[in-house]
Design a binder for this molecule. Structure first.
Ligand code: XMP
Ligand code: MG
Length: 184
């Protein structure tokens, strides 16, 4: 029988409809808050690319978009907190109102340091919008201004989120069947 990616999903956490509804709600709030501010909306790749595409189209005020790629290394060790910028924003940010868009907030380490780096460049304001948050996993407190959903400490895929670079193209968010990880 043909293999369908969706057969690997044990449970759907958020359906396309639920995601669409939440994105519309967040977009409406952001539209109100950033009216006439021409915010710079920055997404951290790759996990947030689907959320970013939907969210920006739910925002009805002029804005600019840009993308960053970062990698955090030394997680869980003394050197944790080092954030390496692999791809930077292509424009100056001094005086700009920044909205960082993330797929999921986990330990908070990457975002904590990323926001420090951006603040040091003289942004007028920096806010954070994350689709998902796993509060149980937090190591460093990060203030979230716009939150989609809180989830328990389970690995989720879909809507941009991957396991081993797969499942980003699932239109909903779910958890994988154990055999995918090499279990039974
Ligand atoms: P922090 O620094 O908050 O990093 O620990 C968050 C990053 O961790 C990854 N992550 C996940 N990726 N499903 C994923 O596909 C998950 O359930 C998950 N939990 C954490 C993700 O790359 C995120 O940007
Ligand atoms: Mg990932």
């Amino acid at each position: 029988m043909a293999y369908n990616m969706r057969d690997d999903i044990k449970e759907v956490y958020f359906t396309e409809e639920q995601l669409h509804e939440k994105v519309a709600e967040l977009g409406a709030r952001i539209t109100e808050d950033y009216r006439d501010k021409n915010p710079l909306i920055v997404s951290v790749l790759k996990g947030s690319y689907v959320f970013m595409a939907d969210l920006t189209r739910a925002i009805d005020t002029p804005c600019n978009v840009d993308f960053m790629v970062v990698s955090s290394y030394g997680k869980g060790t003394k050197t944790s907190g080092e954030v390496q910028i692999i791809k930077d924003i292509a424009q100056p940010i001094d005086g700009r109102d920044l909205l960082i868009v993330e797929d999921i907030l986990d330990s908070g380490v990457t975002l904590h340091y990323l926001m420090q780096i951006l603040a040091a460049r003289g942004a007028n304001s920096i806010r954070l919008c994350t689709l998902l948050s796993k509060p149980e996993r937090r190591k460093i407190n990060v203030d979230v201004d716009y939150l989609g959903f809180e989830i328990p400490d389970e690995f989720v895929v879909g809507y941009g989120l991957d396991y081993a670079e797969k499942y980003r193209n699932l239109p909903y968010i779910g958890v994988l069947k154990p055999y995918v990880y090499g279990g039974e």
